[in-house]
Design a protein around this ligand. Structure first.
Ligand code: B1N
Length: 830
């Protein structure tokens, strides 16, 4: 395509493309009906809501594709430095509402549909969630893609197209059961299969030496070959034509390597065997912390990395003659250690396929990779057994050893023969089982190591990666996480969105979140208070209806909706919440009628999945259910306290739950939550936080003010001393009492809960539930007190939303672009 600057053929084509797909009601209706007839293959005179949704989704997809093509033309023409965002998890949720809002055609589509007799909201409910990730880390990737597109950055996301997303959680008799999430069952209109964009991915085999032009080279002769096929998911920006792509890889059998099998063996067996290749991208691992050292998981990581790296290098070579410019054109972001084999893979390609030689290749590596870590736990660094790596990726193991050799030599020169430190910093962990430490590899080879909150970064520098920080202080940065206000206000809370725009007099905050602070000027305005409360009520009604439909439980709208939703983990202390609820119940029971009138009624909502093999987490879910069973059926309690467990918590459920919350709980033991992002979504929706001073909460205190939050618990520097005390630590009597109630079978399942009780009472109570209990109850009491003062509560709620601007992923991404990736916006001018 010829592209004259500002004139010529390309512009004429653009002029045409600009009006390619019309967005007036008639054109939209025609498009939808066309898709009913020809894509869904149903008669345009007879189709149901789901078929209407499919046709609608395809009409939206056409518009996404149009803009994506335009964006690509600009990117190829301008050839800016691109960011490649590598993540094994993306939690995209639904796409329809988000897409039409970002495309700016929501109202047009809604009008067009209503004339056809359909309601947009009803059709939007037909869509299933894309759950290709576990929790915070994965949803963060999704929010960041939205910001990258909106801020016009030339970026591509890479991930895996799992056939089974995160398991569906079913609750039977209070116990969690897992069911596979075959999310592609009903087709996926949001992806574009690229049958021609495929790459071979090699596994196993041996490495031999070969000589070419008198130079020795390593040649990897693989033992197995699998094909990676690209599936493109367009990501539209808001308030811009820019649309970027999330490219997900699916594994398909390859014909290149297995021709023999057809000729020699049983034909049917050969075909069946060949099909096994697909299992590589079949399932998302549901355990978000512990790495099991499973071969399939390592295969997934390499499969995804290899396909992405081939794609990146192919794109670069399409318009560049040699690798000199590579670091000026390519930034590779590693989302945690999971994709860190990318480092070794690029090195391998540069050495063995491009023959650049060690120094040149290493020089490139050091300029292109940046690494973000999301963990605080020193117990769970990802380690890969050397034997496993050596058999699956023999050449990569050699390269890792070489990198380590160079590193250790250099290190010795810098720090001398401090063997303890050398041992700690080495990529190779010696011992009975030799391991490769993926975090060390990532730090050594990246130019920047980012934490996800200020506190997290401090912990990295002083604890987890202290040795590395002392060596390379300049590498360490942090970017406090953020979430996208497009998804978490505009899509999920349309009433609040309209109210904010009305009071700010502009919709510009949807792209420029800093404007949100303008609400502060109206924080005492009675009229705003009235409207703010109405919006909360609308959202509480929506949530109450959902609860009734799910659990058959009617909840009072006057009660405080107190929400605790996130993955279930001991460190997140859902158990602390349950103990607090039991205490509340116990108190109400012992009150006379007069005192009961002063009790603030609560609906305690909990939701979240436990990893299938995580026994303690599963017990916590069961405990919530038995306690709920008892309290909800106690006529003596009535509406004063109701417990609701929301099963299968995911992105679309969160969109409903978060706007309806009055209070939300974030209870991690200080020093354990690297950042936490759900709190940011609650904050934006004017929900008050009850939280420990952990992760990003510390920065929220600065933005919102501690008077507008309910803070409690040990601070991070107090935790070690409390742990030290062990059994000598004094815990409040109320704590002992509620634990005894569980132990003695007050809620049934006595034996089943003993181990849970032992952990917090007899064993060392590692997460300090006993130590924090009194302070937790005080914070809860403060929340009750604030809630009865409606005016005060509403003001706090307004100030929470007003002060949430810092926690937009737009800010995070801009900081990454400027301080880590070195990329510039590249905007589609039409
Ligand atoms: O990443 C989020 C943070 O806000 C949370 O504090 C942090 O816990 C979370 C292995 C993880 N850390 N590590 C993971 C996810 C999947 C997996 O397979 C680890 N997730 C976090 C975003 O920064």
């Amino acid at each position: 395509l010829e592209f004259g600057e500002g004139k010529g053929k390309a512009e004429r084509i653009f002029g045409f493309m600009d009006v390619f797909l019309e967005n007036d009601p008639l054109s939209l209706q025609k498009d939808i009906l066309d898709h009913v007839e020809f894509t869904v293959a149903k008669s345009r005179f007879n189709f149901d809501d789901f078929e209407a949704y499919q046709a609608l989704a395809h009409s939206v997809r056409d518009r996404l594709i149009e803009r994506w093509h335009d964006t690509q033309i600009i990117f190829s023409k301008k050839d800016p430095k691109r960011l490649y965002f590598l993540s094994l998890e993306f939690l995209m949720g639904r796409s329809l509402s988000n897409s039409v809002i970002n495309l700016g055609v929501r109202d047009q589509f809604a009008d067009a549909l209503s004339q056809l007799g359909f309601e947009f909201e009803v059709l939007a409910e037909q869509e299933g969630d894309a759950c290709l990730g576990n929790g915070g880390l994965a949803r963060l990737s999704a929010c960041q893609m939205d910001s990258l597109a909106t801020l016009d950055y030339p970026a591509i996301g890479y991930g895996l197209r799992y056939q089974y997303g995160l398991f569906r959680q079913i609750i039977l008799d209070g116990f969690q059961h897992e069911q596979p999430d075959y999310w592609l069952n009903f087709g996926n209109p949001w992806e574009i299969e690229r049958v021609h964009i495929t790459y071979p991915v090699k596994f196993y085999g041996t490495v031999t030496d070969e000589v070419l032009n008198q130079e020795k080279y390593k040649v990897w002769v693989p033992g197995e070959m699998v094909e990676a096929v690209a599936y493109d998911n367009p990501i539209p920006g808001y308030g811009t034509r820019n649309t970027i792509v999330l490219r997900l890889w699916a594994a398909k059998p390859s014909d290149q390597h297995n021709m023999e099998a057809y000729n020699t063996g049983d034909y049917v067996d050969a075909v069946v065997n060949r099909q096994k290749a697909e299992s590589i991208s079949s399932i998302l691992y549901p355990d978000d912390r512990s790495y099991q050292g499973k071969e399939l998981q390592l295969k997934q990581q390499y499969f995804f990395v290899s396909a992405s790296v081939q794609d990146i290098i192919r794109r670069f070579k399409d318009s560049h003659k040699n690798f000199d410019e590579f670091p000026e054109k390519v930034a590779l972001q590693l989302n945690d250690t999971h994709p860190s084999l990318a480092i070794v893979e690029v090195m391998r390609v540069l050495l063995d396929e491009e023959h650049l030689g060690w120094n040149k290749a290493w020089d490139i590596i050091c300029k292109i990779f940046s690494f973000t870590t999301h963990t605080v736990s020193p117990e769970a660094p990802v380690k890969i057994p050397v034997d496993l790596l050596g058999s699956l990726l023999p050449r990569h193991l050699q390269i890792i050893y070489d990198i380590n050799f160079h590193f250790v030599e250099k290190l010795k020169k810098m720090i001398g023969l401090d063997y303890d430190r050398l041992t700690r910093m080495s990529i190779v962990e010696e011992g009975a089982v030799k391991n490769i430490r993926m975090a060390n590899l990532s730090i050594i080879c990246s130019h920047t190591v980012n934490g996800v909150s200020r506190l997290h970064s401090e912990l990295l520098k002083t604890k987890l990666f202290k040795d590395f920080y002392e060596l390379w202080p300049h590498k360490f940065q942090y970017k406090t996480n953020g979430v996208t206000q497009r998804r978490w206000i505009v899509v999920s809370n349309p009433s609040l969105c309209a109210l904010i725009s009305k009071w700010l007099g502009t919709e510009a905050w949807i792209r420029d979140i800093d404007l949100l602070i303008g609400l502060k000027d109206h924080a005492d305005n009675a009229e705003l208070h009235q409207q703010w409360k109405m919006v909360k009520k609308v959202n509480k009604i929506r949530l109450a209806e959902y609860i009734e439909a799910m659990n058959g439980l009617k909840v009072s709208l006057d009660a405080m909706f107190d929400v605790h939703t996130k993955r279930v983990h001991e460190y997140k202390r859902q158990l602390l919440n349950i103990l607090g609820i039991i205490h509340r119940y116990d108190c109400i029971k012992s009150m006379n009628q007069n005192d009961r009138k002063k009790v603030v009624p609560r609906v305690c909502v909990m939701g979240g999945k436990a990893a299938p093999g995580y026994e303690m987490a599963k017990k916590i879910i069961k405990l919530f259910h038995v306690v709920a069973e008892k309290i909800n059926n106690d006529n003596d309690i009535g509406d004063l306290l109701k417990l609701v467990f929301i099963p299968d918590y995911n992105v679309s459920v969160a969109e409903l739950v978060i706007p309806g919350a009055d209070l939300s709980q974030h209870l991690s033991t200080a020093g354990h939550e690297a950042s936490g992002t759900s709190s940011m979504k609650f904050l934006m929706n004017g929900c008050l936080l009850l939280a420990t001073e952990d992760g990003s909460t510390i920065e929220m205190i600065e933005e919102i003010g501690q008077d507008n939050m309910f803070l409690f618990g040990a601070k991070v520097d107090e935790v070690p001393a409390l742990r030290e005390k062990g059994p000598a630590l004094k815990v409040p009597l109320q704590f002992l009492r509620v634990v005894r109630m569980i132990r003695e079978g007050h809620f049934g399942f006595k034996d089943y809960f003993q181990s849970l009780c032992d952990k917090i009472e007899c064993e060392n109570d590692y997460f300090l539930l006993g130590a924090d209990f009194a302070s937790y109850l005080e914070a809860q009491a403060a929340a009750d007190k604030a809630f009865v003062d409606e005016e005060r509560w509403t003001k706090m709620s307004i100030l929470s939303a007003a002060g949430s601007g810092k926690f937009s992923s737009d800010r995070t991404i801009q900081q990454y672009a400027e301080n880590t990736w070195g990329i510039q916006p590249c905007r589609c001018p039409f």
